[in-house]
Ligand binder design. Structure first.
Ligand code: MG
Length: 203
């Protein structure tokens, strides 16, 4: 499996990192080895001094597809969870300055804790899903799927022009404003509609 991650999908977040609001989705990937399962702790990696959390809604892909039309895109995912796109912001900043790829900063081992997936049918409105992140019991990020620049269907249609989606892939759909650093000892909890679905302690 692979994880496809959308960057800059919330206007306020693009602005907080001084990035332009994109006219087309920006995406990158994390490999299977980036998975962090079952509320396992995140071990602060030695190669960075500035790991940031980014809470995101995550789609579970349920069938193979490429060149998917937007009107059919909804049938290619069957569940929605919440995940954290851990980012080595210091390495990413250096890569950006040099115009180099982001993989070191984004795709490293265990950089993608993800909750269980809630069946899509359980959501009353996919365009109105509240989610967020608590750090040490305080809300640090709150988002709503209504504020995405590119909605789930647009993301799937766009990405599948370039990359075949396969059953079991995950799609991280972008982070709202409020990203920030973690420190050893922090406790992160990610929620959808106030239900805490993911716990991640930083060790
Ligand atoms: Mg992200």
């Amino acid at each position: 499996m692979k994880m496809i991650c959308i960057g800059r999908n919330y206007t306020e977040h693009a602005r907080e990192l001084n990035n332009p609001v994109p006219a087309e989705p920006v995406f990158f990937m994390k490999p299977e080895s980036a998975q962090l399962r079952n509320n396992q702790p995140f071990i602060y990696p030695p190669f960075s001094n500035d790991i940031h959390y980014e809470v995101e809604l995550v789609l579970h892909v349920c069938k193979v597809g490429r060149n998917i039309l937007p009107q059919f895109a909804g049938s290619y995912f069957d569940g929605i969870g919440v995940g954290i796109d851990f980012t080595a912001r210091d390495l990413q900043q250096k890569a950006k300055e040099k115009g180099l790829p982001w993989e070191m900063a984004k795709a490293f081992d265990f950089s993608a804790p993800v909750s269980r997936f809630i069946p899509k049918e359980e959501f009353a409105d996919l365009k109105n899903i509240n989610f967020g992140l608590l750090k040490n019991g305080e809300w640090v990020q709150k988002g709503n799927s209504a504020d995405m620049i590119f909605d789930f269907e647009s993301i799937i249609a766009y990405v599948s022009k370039f990359v075949t989606l396969k059953q079991g892939d995950y799609i991280f759909t972008g982070t709202p404003a409020g990203v920030g650093p973690v420190a050893i000892g922090d406790k992160l909890e990610a929620a959808i509609e106030n239900e805490k679905l993911l716990l991640c302690n930083i060790r």
